[in-house]
Design a protein around this ligand. Structure first.
Ligand SMILES: Nc1ncnc2c1ncn2[C@@H]1O[C@H](COP(=O)(O)OP(=O)(O)OP(=O)(O)O)[C@@H](O)[C@H]1O
Length: 966
């Protein structure tokens, strides 16, 4: 044991000494005291004294041993420093004759480098001392000396004018002591290299040697900094390039924005010289900022990317009124101006050929029946232009909504009888036979004549033109009487809709990370799964998991909350299992939602190639696939979801799909919007059968009309012995004789936004009509789309549900609501904003889809386009039926009061409380009937109006009520 202790102490001392001197001292001291203590314990004082002295001397010896090298080192440093300083001072001639001698030696050996030699020597000494015993340090020092020698050689070469082979090393020594040079060592290098390599070769070799020596001595690469600085230069260049790109893009953006801001600022076809001068003054302001205003007249209307720049010149006078229209922002105007400019070209050509501007006017006016609403303009030309003769002219002036007032260049004012906004200045130009018309809002430049406008018919063919010519010959104004043929349906252009960005963010890493997390989370709970597939949709990503053998699917479902917690997801929906796959789907919301723009879906092949006129661009599914369905096959659709979940947007996409796919002759729409604000925007489109119905009472009438129409259609089908609308339309086409035109029956879509409002007003009637339609209308080509915010059983009754097989569930607040809509949970986990469960008839399970998005602005643009290009074609028959049915819908009239009306009134007055539930219980009636009775009581003034959740006020006493009944 003792042996072991001694060994341990000894070892510690050795270790301590290795680590640091201080520690060694401490351990030695400890050892000494412990030794003395043990000695005293043994009780041998003499022995103790002797051994103590021995040990003290031993310790002193050790101390000395240890101190010696340190002092030596210090001494060496001090001495070398002294020598270095002495040499340095000698170089500066401060050290007398001895210093001079040293200086001469150093100059003789190293030449001009003698000044750095003292410093070099001192550094070498320090370096060698601190790396004592290291062979490599010695080698590096030697190499550094060689580097010094090589530098001396370079200095010699620099100092040398011509190489003198006769010079000895002694000459170099003495010469360098007096002049600039590399000294003896420099001379040695020159003598060795110069004869063989010449000046350049010697330089190259010496520089390379110096570089190599420096690299070896310093152990630092000299190429690294070069590389680094090269990279720096490259990076700076790249940054510069990127900045230039940015600036360029910003400029391009700015130019684009500027063009987009351009509107038609006016089109001047002025020809008078005086006016052209005035315009000269205006020009700089109008041109300001425009890109390259052209001079002279272009051959054709100049069309460049997204813009049209037209320039019109008359009688050789450059009027330089350019037309700037953003084709994207104002496609209607753009196309109109394009057309008008082409016509003007043709007109001017004809003017040149025939020299008769007036006849050209009529010809060109006749050539454009597509402007639709047209006017016959008659007027008297001013004296100045006609040379004192008064002339009456007629011209077809197409519709142009922006023009407020028209004043001819010569100061004529055109009075517009109908609506002054319906005049196109470009076409009006023709009226003044070569003189121009200048548009200026609210200003007139004197008047010497007037032009009167009367609403007329569009010129149709040569017949009309002929009569106009006769009229002109007679100088009389004849309003046209021919019935206006309907304008053909012009499908709205695609650029009215917004396009989504095609760029997809690379989310691979994120998806993989989530998949690993998901797998690990389930494994932590003892559920072994493997993620086999990931489908990344616009708003949700589905991870498909394959459970290991023996894992129950229900265990995965029960871990929903833990998955949510571990993935930090707002909500996850588990589809266990995915229909048709042996996998469980876990749907995790994306961090960033991607909007699916309607245009992208409408432009997809699926939609374009869809044969049905009722193709409905629904959106994109979880795999990013476009979902397009056929409303005719659904055949009725129920859309339900909480407020703000995306129902109205969905209805808008459905309507827009129809507008982009079907002609009004093929599909007609009836829209019911008790909320007033949602669908009223569509008023005026040619597909509408009647203006959007906003009165819930009329809505019941509209549904009843649809039932009557359905019955009527079935009768027609029976007459022709066909089964459905398709068969009927084919048959009448076949049966139509030559020259006869078959009028096919259109498909009819009835859209109700907010069914609950209708159910409140006329529950029985609405439910009956809906059920009858839902049961039978498919073959008659009548389809229902019902939307509601309240997925309660009072609104979506069992009957309605049974007869409306296709459903779309948007986000709802509870599983109960979800079950009311799609008979299963799931919609409560949706994210809102168009995230839907799409469950058309024929599907086994609902499919999660991100609905297409169309904004209100896009809808307004499309509607405006349609109202501008086609006429609304409302059915007078349906309208008149609705207006007569609104008062007798069976809910409000006193004749149709419920049999319980009087009893219910008395009951409520007695209880002094008016609640539908109370009536239900007291009279054992259903909610709808009780609500109807309550409405009748409110109408009679027995109870007040609904006040949200508060009960209605009771307003009559029993006597008053009795008086009322009497
Ligand atoms: N498919 C979609 N893509 C992106 N955002 C959508 C989508 N559908 C709806 N939204 C967003 O949700 C908002 C509300 O949508 P919407 O007006 O259709 O809800 P709603 O269910 O009709 O509400 P309410 O019943 O109160 O009228 C929209 O303004 C839009 O910002």
């Amino acid at each position: 044991m003792e042996v072991f202790l001694i060994y341990a102490v000894h070892r510690r001392r050795r270790l301590g000494r290795k680590r640091s001197g201080g520690n060694i001292v401490a351990s030695t001291k400890r050892k000494t005291t412990s030794g003395s203590r043990s000695g005293s314990r043994k009780g041998a004082p003499a022995k103790k004294t002797a051994s103590g002295a021995k040990k003290r001397s031993a310790s002193r010896n050790t101390k000395e041993e240890r101190m010696e090298p340190a002092i030596k080192k210090e001494l060496v440093i001090l001495v070398s420093l002294a020598i270095a300083v002495l040499l340095f001072c000698s170089n500066l001639h401060w050290c007398g004759s001895m210093g001079e001698a040293l200086y001469r030696i150093m100059r003789g050996l190293f030449g001009i480098l003698a000044y750095i030699v003292p410093v070099y020597l001192f550094l070498c000494v320090c370096f060698l001392l601190s790396n004592k015993g290291s062979g490599r340090a010695v080698l590096r020092t030697i190499v550094s000396f060689l580097v010094l020698v090589v530098i001396c050689g370079i200095t010699s070469l620099l100092a040398m004018k011509e190489f003198d082979s006769a010079m000895t090393l002694g000459d170099y020594y003495t010469q360098a002591a007096e002049t600039f040079g590399g000294g003896l060592f420099g001379g040695l290098c020159c003598k060795l290299l110069y004869p063989g390599l010449g000046m350049v070769g010697s330089y190259v070799i010496l520089i390379l040697l110096a570089a190599a020596g420096l690299v070896f001595t310093t152990e630092k690469s000299i190429l690294n900094p070069i590389q680094k600085s090269g990279r720096k230069v490259y990076d700076t260049a790249r940054e510069d390039m990127a900045r230039r790109h940015e600036i360029h893009a910003a400029k391009a953006e700015e130019r684009k924005r500027y063009r987009a801001e351009q509107k038609i600022r006016g089109v001047s076809l002025d020809t008078s010289v005086g006016d052209s001068e005035k315009k000269e003054e205006k020009r700089p302001e109008k041109r300001n900022g425009r890109p390259n205003p052209k001079e002279g007249r272009p051959e054709t209307a100049d069309v460049f990317t997204g813009h049209i720049q037209g320039m019109v010149e008359q009688d050789g006078t450059d009027t330089e009124e350019a037309v700037y229209i953003d084709e994207e922002a104002e496609p209607l105007k753009a196309s109109r101006v394009k057309r008008t400019l082409t016509e003007l070209e043709a007109l001017d050509r004809e003017e040149t050929e025939e020299g008769n501007p007036l006849s050209v006017d009529y010809e060109s006016a006749r050539r454009q029946p597509e402007f639709g609403r047209q006017f016959v303009m008659t007027g008297t030309l001013g004296q100045a232009e006609t040379g004192g003769q008064e002339e009456t002219e007629e011209v077809q002036v197409p519709f142009e909504e922006d023009v407020k007032q028209i004043v001819t260049a010569n100061g004529k004012i055109i009075e517009v009888e109908n609506d002054p906004t319906e005049v196109d200045p470009l076409t009006a130009k023709r009226a003044s036979s070569g003189t121009s018309i200048f548009r200026e809002e609210g200003s007139a430049r004197g008047s010497s004549g007037s032009v009167r406008f009367t609403e007329g018919q569009p010129a149709a063919g040569g017949k009309q033109g002929g009569s106009e010519e006769q009229d002109r010959a007679a100088g009389a104004v004849q309003p046209a009487v021919k019935k206006k043929p309907p304008r053909p349906y012009a499908k709205p252009p695609m650029n009215l809709l917004k396009q989504g960005s095609k760029k997809m963010k690379n989310r691979d890493a994120e998806l993989r990370e989530t998949a690993v997390k998901l797998q690990r989370t389930l494994q932590n709970f003892g559920v072994g799964v493997t993620v086999t597939n990931i489908s990344c949709g616009p708003s949700v990503t589905r991870y498909e998991l394959t459970p290991e053998q023996g894992v129950k699917v229900s265990r995965i479902v029960s871990l929903t909350d833990d998955i949510k917690l571990n993935l930090a997801a707002a909500d996850v929906r588990i589809e266990a299992p995915i229909p048709g796959k042996s996998a469980v789907g876990i749907e995790v919301p994306n961090q960033e939602n991607m909007t699916v723009f309607l245009r992208d879906v409408i432009e997809s092949e699926e939609f374009k190639k869809h044969p049905s006129r009722l193709a409905f661009a629904v959106g994109r599914d979880i795999g990013g696939q476009t979902v397009v369905t056929d409303l005719a096959r659904m055949p009725h659709l129920l859309i339900a979801g909480a407020t703000g979940s995306g129902k109205s947007v969905c209805i808008n996409t459905l309507i827009m799909s129809i507008l982009y796919k079907a002609d009004p002759a093929e599909v007609k729409l009836i829209m019911v919007d008790p909320k007033v604000v949602e669908l009223s925007v569509y008023n005026g489109i040619p597909h509408l059968m009647i203006p959007v119905v906003t009165d819930p009472k009329k809505a019941a009438g509209a549904l009843n009309w649809a039932v009557a129409e359905m019955t009527d259609r079935y009768k027609k089908f029976a007459e022709l012995n066909v089964r459905d609308l398709k068969g009927y339309n084919e048959r009448i086409k076949e049966d139509a004789g030559e020259g006869e035109e078959a009028v096919p029956l259109p498909q009819l879509v009835i859209i109700v936004d907010e069914l609950s409002d209708l159910m409140m007003v006329a529950p029985g009637e609405v439910e009956d009509a809906i059920c009858r339609l839902a049961q039978m209308a498919r073959a008659a080509g009548i389809h229902l789309v019902l939307a509601t915010q309240r997925p309660s059983v009072n609104v979506i009754t069992g009957l309605i549900k049974a007869n409306v097989p296709s459903r779309i569930a948007f986000s709802v607040s509870s599983g109960v609501d979800s079950r009311t809509i799609i008979d299963m949970n799931g919609a409560e986990k949706l994210l809102g904003k168009g995230d839907m469960l799409f469950y058309p008839s024929g599907y086994q399970k609902p499919v999660r889809v991100q609905g297409a998005f169309v904004s209100d602005e896009e809808v307004s643009k499309v509607v405006k386009y349609l109202t501008d290009h086609t006429d609304a074609d409302y059915s007078q028959e349906v309208e008149s039926r609705l207006s007569t049915s609104s008062g007798t819908d069976g809910t409000g009239g006193t004749d149709e009061r419920d049999v319980y009306f009087a009893d219910a009134g008395r009951f409520i007055i007695e209880k002094e409380k008016a609640s539908i539930g109370m009536l239900q219980r007291a009279f054992k009636v259903g909610f709808n009937r009780a609500a109807r009775i309550m409405d009748q009581l409110a109408e009679a003034g027995v109870v007040g109006e609904e006040e949200g959740t508060k009960p209605r006020k009771v307003l009559m006493t029993m006597e008053e009520f009795q008086d009322y009944l009497d």
